[in-house]
Design a protein around this ligand. Sequence first.
Ligand code: PSU
Ligand code: MN
Length: 305
Amino acid sequence: MLDLTYAPEVAEARAAGAPIVALESTLVAHGLPWPDNLAVGRELEATVRRAGAVPATIAVVDGKPCIGLDPAILERLAKDGRAFAKAGATDLAVHLARGGSAATTVSATAAIAARAGIRVFATGGIGGVHRGDAGDVSHDLVALARTKIAVVSAGAKAILDLPRTLETLETLGVLVIGYRTSELPAFYTRTSGLRLEHRVDTALELAAILSRHWDDLDGGGVLVCNPIPEDAALDTGLIDGAIAQALSEAQAAGIVGKSLTPHLLARLAEVTRGESIRANRALAIDNARVAAELALSLAAAVSAR
Ligand code: PSU
Ligand code: MN
């Protein structure tokens, strides 16, 4: 069994059956620039606490899978992101065996959280099928399919091919549910034109579905799609233009693989003069809020049984 290192407050919450929300560390180490990344990492944790749940930011530190990070470690992760590899679920064994340090993506965070029995996880936007024909499909999708966890996100990142991402989620058997929306959100904007089969309007309603999915049907991952708050959403024309520019530049520069997503996010921040960072921050924080409400509803359902 994997030996997990818990922060004291997470260990206490586990013992008490209190609601816990997992948070990922790649968003901090590789998805946002310093010092905004530290502010967002802290704000995500504060948002979860304010809603009455316990935050558990996950990363691999010196070969230890950590669930809940000491504030000094979170700061190191933000300040010196390059010293942390970007680990997907498949890469974990290498970092653990070598005593390395790594930020965890959605797939790796979900894998570790599930081993700790944590069922709710908030991120910004999951990875998915990249545009074009390079065949770059984030491991997030497959990992989600086989992990019993609900990921609250603003859909998949808008730099991706959203129709293909949604089709792939369906193929893999990931249950996709709109939270107060009937459309797949497009990360920086609220709509994509892609209809979702399922919608809920309360955390309680969602918790009831998740209990059925996991406890009665042995279901796997669930993607909860929470659109960016209205007042933080970007103009569709502005962001679409910026994405097209960032994508064509990345293609011309031959950037592929793991560095593609961080590269595109960084370039979008420049092209939009920071607008994309403000939007990313707002949506991630709102996802943490919804995730905490969900964790509370799930914990209440468990104790009522
Ligand atoms: N959400 C954000 N910013 C991010 C990510 C999510 O708002 O940087 C990260 C997650 O860790 C996700 C990863 O798993 O981007 C996807 O990377 P890739 O496309 O290389 O699989
Ligand atoms: Mn990829």
